[in-house]
Design a protein around this ligand. Structure first.
Ligand code: PHE
Ligand code: ZN
Length: 877
């Protein structure tokens, strides 16, 4: 596990494998103290390899305990192979043969949640990216695709359910209470898509008839107590299957599709062929225990993993530098799906907020990397917002450049050209080029250059000539390892909004919205026959992942908010206005001046609350001031207290000025219908709960309302919102304590609800946050061994409770550093994700800056640092 000088892997060093594995036959003999894995690999030399005399070098982690090796049934002596820390080398081999190894591994001691491990009473695997090598010796790289057969043997009573990829082709009972099942997957796949599960699981079953009339068996496996929480995932799965047929022409291929829920999982879920393994938090949902946001997350992740069956499994990645080939495309696909199932504009706004807050921050920090990285030390560190979210934006831009019909043709061509292959991002772009006839040469820079481009826009209206000119200037800041970037091809969707709120015709065809492709560093666009000075509506729908600046006046922003035909830009105009108001307040706070909120903002909010024609979900989004995290991202220097104070002040001012309208809105939105996690209800609840958040700043009103809501709520969305409101309100601390206790009593047996309980307390911005965290770590609802719990408590505290985490004594940093050291030995991936909270130390003023750096340095000085941490810490210092 330890690695003092981690090796860097470079894209430019890619070579095809020297050997191929046509068939992989595995036998897993699962015992309580170990698992015996016998692997027979039918291998042959790769005719495309340049080194036809190369030895066979199989990957295998140090916890894989080799028992013996056979070639075509002949046992090798110890001089016939060489074992190093990470590999097994066999020098002399016929050009094609069967290599059999037997190894012992210890799943019950595996705390990293990679490879084969135990989650409670269950055995399960996680092989992406390089976990298979911790199970047995293999060519653990995605361009080695093989046909897998797996025989699982285990105690029948404890492990009645034995699952792997593909179809069950044989099963039987054995002596001394054991049984076996043999699985065969007819589709060739890389080892990272292998999975096995063994446990005492119950299942919910359903079926789906494909477009071509095949009936697919659908199963969700969970612990028996969770059987009542599977309906939403099942419905989401069927919707996703139908949607992928209709939208991308993609049908499911195997006879059954299985999902297994496990409590201990590093990520959301995993797309193993025919056997998706899910974090319980990404599959279980029930109105009593699950918030609206969590319901929507389940829908999105179920769809995401299902969509991988084509974008990831049937067509997979040649190497891990191509990760965004499957992830960017699949995130794009799941976003389109969620947009179609719910409200497209709401989904778009949520995604852009997420991107701007987190991906922009990543892109401006020490780990900044292109969508296609060119090097890594630890691939697990590259499952990032850039690869996923920015990668999806890049696919969205291709879609917008090509249009619906051509984009679909491009995706059809990509899937048909490369079905069964392991390919590169280049192949995806080429297919899009081939169908469209477009030259995407410059566009490809989006995959290669890191950093968030900035577009500055100026305008000039010539009243005499009736022309309107827009001047664009693009740049991209330097990022680690990259300076002097070339101009990107930036598609800017725009319109010109007239005084009456209408979009002006932009050309002789009468188009009122256009996409301009910026390709130069500076570029001018001239519009003719423009009868009046318009307000430009730029980057509609967020047509490119850039920061765009235009010197809007408040009046112009108000005009766009009221009239823009593009829903996204109506919202964004409000955000721009709020940002400028916040900026001023932050400066006032820093200068110790008296804070004053511009009356303009209050007027705008007043207008919004008075307009009952607005969709509640949209109104909710428009009432959100930029979050503290977003203000941090935008700031040159992060003044944590000033930002917190300014934002609280703005919120309180809004609440005071608009008290009666807020209260009226809260009452008007009381839900009469039975709970359903559908877009329209979700939007109403979200709005009502945001309004409650404002009302909490009014001591005479808020606490009572929230306490009532907490006690009368019939669903977790409203209950958790009320609890959160009480906990964060200084004037409601008595109620907060009672509510926390009542919640704890009611949900003691509900792991996910208790995680929410931890999370709400972790983000409590009242003073003494760190003490509360430390106390909660002793609570039975917490365990450092469970990634969800670490995220709910420590993760939430460090990323979403800035005022407490960044306290000027540095105790938050010290605490995090200690936790990271502990997690270093337990779970490298979880540790590496947590450390991000320290890596942007350069943006903080003293004393925080130095204190954060000290904490990082302490981590760096640790002897046995795993390479996940070593990479991030060394790049940050
Ligand atoms: N490939 C998974 C996804 O769908 C994510 C994942 C990566 C899960 C690595 C586990 C380990 O995005
Ligand atoms: Zn994915």
């Amino acid at each position: 596990m330890k690695d003092v000088t981690p090796q860097t892997v470079y894209l430019k060093d890619y070579r095809v494998p020297d050997f191929l594995i046509d068939n992989t036959d595995l036998v897993f003999d699962l015992r309580e103290e170990h698992c015996r894995v016998t692997s027979s690999l039918r291998i042959r030399r790769n005719p495309d390899s340049a080194t036809q005399l190369a030895p066979l070098v199989l990957d295998g982690g140090c916890a894989v305990d080799l028992q013996w090796v056979e070639i075509d049934g002949r046992r090798l002596g110890s001089d016939g192979y060489a074992r190093s820390e990470n590999s097994l080398t066999i020098a002399e081999l016929p050009d094609s043969c069967v290599v059999t190894t037997e190894v012992l591994i210890k799943p019950h001691l595996n705390t990293s949640m990679m490879g084969l491990y135990r989650s409670r009473t269950l055995y399960c695997t996680q092989c992406e990216a390089e976990g298979f090598r911790d199970i047995t010796f293999y060519l653990d790289r995605p361009d080695v695709m093989s046909e897998f057969t797996a025989k699982l043997i285990a105690d029948r009573q404890r492990y009645p359910v034995l699952l792997s990829n593909g179809n069950a082709i044989d099963q039987g009972t054995m002596e001394d209470g054991r049984h076996f099942v043999v699985w065969h997957d007819p589709f060739k796949k890389p080892a990272y898509l292998f999975a096995l599960v063994a446990g005492d699981l119950s299942s919910v079953e359903d079926s789906f008839v494909t477009l071509s009339g095949r009936e697919i068996k659908l199963q969700i496996f969970v612990e028996e107590k969770d059987l009542n929480k599977c309906d939403h995932a099942m419905l989401s799965l069927k919707n996703a299957m139908r949607w992928d047929e209709q939208t991308y022409g993609r049908e499911y291929d195997l006879g059954r599709f299985m999902i297994v829920a496990v409590d201990d999982f590093n990520m959301g879920a995993m797309e193993n062929k025919g056997l998706n393994i899910f974090n319980t938090s990404a599959v279980l949902a029930n109105p009593d225990t699950t918030t609206d946001a969590a319901f929507q997350r389940v829908e999105g992740i179920v769809a995401h993993e299902y969509f991988h069956n084509w974008s990831g499994n049937r067509v997979t990645c040649r190497d891990w530098f191509q990760l965004s080939l499957k992830e960017g495309f699949t995130v794009y696909r799941d976003a389109q799906f969620s947009a179609d199932m719910n409200s497209a504009v709401v989904k778009r706004i949520e995604d852009v907020v997420y991107l701007r807050t987190h991906q922009f921050a990543e892109d401006a920090g020490p780990m900044s990397h292109p969508v296609q990285p060119d090097s890594y030390m630890e691939i697990n560190n590259f499952y990032t917002l850039t690869v996923y979210e920015k990668g999806a934006e890049v696919v969205a831009m291709i879609h917008n450049l090509l249009g619906d019909k051509t984009f679909r043709q491009g995706s059809d061509l990509y899937f048909s050209r490369h079905d069964g292959q392991a390919v590169t991002i280049e192949e995806f772009v080429s297919a899009m080029e081939a169908v469209s006839g477009l030259d995407l040469q410059q566009f490809r820079l989006w995959y290669k250059q890191s950093g968030t481009p900035v577009v500055e826009v100026q305008s000039n209206y010539d009243a005499q000539a009736k022309t309107y000119q827009l001047q664009f200037k693009q740049s991209c800041p330097d990022t680690p390892g990259q300076t002097h970037k070339k101009p990107f091809l930036i598609p800017i969707k725009l319109g010109l909004v007239a005084a009456d709120g209408q979009d002006l015709p932009l050309n002789s065809h009468g188009d009122r919205s256009l996409v301009i492709s910026l390709t130069e560093q500076t570029q001018t666009v001239l519009f003719e026959n423009i009868q009046q000075a318009p307000v430009p509506s730029l980057l509609r729908g967020f047509s490119a992942p850039v920061r765009l600046n235009y010197p809007y006046s408040s009046a112009q922003l108000a005009h766009l908010m009221a009239n823009d035909s593009d829903g996204f830009n109506r919202w964004d105009a409000g955000q721009t206005l709020s940002f400028s108001v916040m900026q001023r307040l932050i400066e006032e706070a820093l200068d110790q001046r008296e804070l004053e909120v511009s009356s303009q903002l209050i007027e705008v909010f007043d207008g919004l609350l008075s307009d009952h024609s607005l969709d509640p979900a949209m109104l909710n989004l428009m009432l959100q001031l930029p979050s503290e995290a977003q203000l941090h991202e935008r700031a040159d220097i992060i003044h944590v207290q000033a930002i917190h104070r300014a934002r609280q002040f703005a919120r309180r001012s809004i609440a005071q000025a608009l008290q009666s309208k807020l209260l009226e809105t809260y009452k008007r939105l009381t839900e009469q219908r039975d709970y359903a996690p559908v877009a329209d209800q979700i939007g109403r609840r979200a709005l009502r709960n945001s309004v409650l958040g404002y009302l909490m700043l009014l001591e005479e009103i808020g606490p009572e309302l929230a306490w009532q809501q907490f006690n009368s709520a019939t669903n977790m969305a409203d209950k958790a919102a009320a609890l959160n409101a009480l906990v964060n309100c200084a004037a409601a601390q008595d109620y907060a304590q009672q509510a926390l206790q009542a919640f704890e009593q009611q949900y003691a047996q509900e792991t996910l609800a208790m995680n929410l309980w931890l999370q709400i307390q972790a983000t409590n911005s009242q003073p003494n946050g760190l003490d509360r965290i430390k106390a909660l770590m002793e609570h039975s609802a917490f365990s450092i061994n469970n990634p969800n719990k670490v995220r709910s408590l420590m993760g939430a505290f460090c990323s979403s409770n800035p005022i407490n985490f960044h306290n000027p004594e540095g105790s938050g940093y010290q605490f995090l550093q200690q936790q990271i050291i502990q997690l270093n030995a337990l779970n490298p991936q979880v540790a590496a994700r947590l450390v991000t909270a320290l890596t942007r130390w350069k943006k903080f003023p003293e004393p925080n800056r130095q204190l954060m750096r000290d904490a990082l340095q302490l981590i760096a000085s640790k002897q046995d640092l795993v390479k996940d941490l070593r990479e991030i810490v060394s790049k940050s210092l």
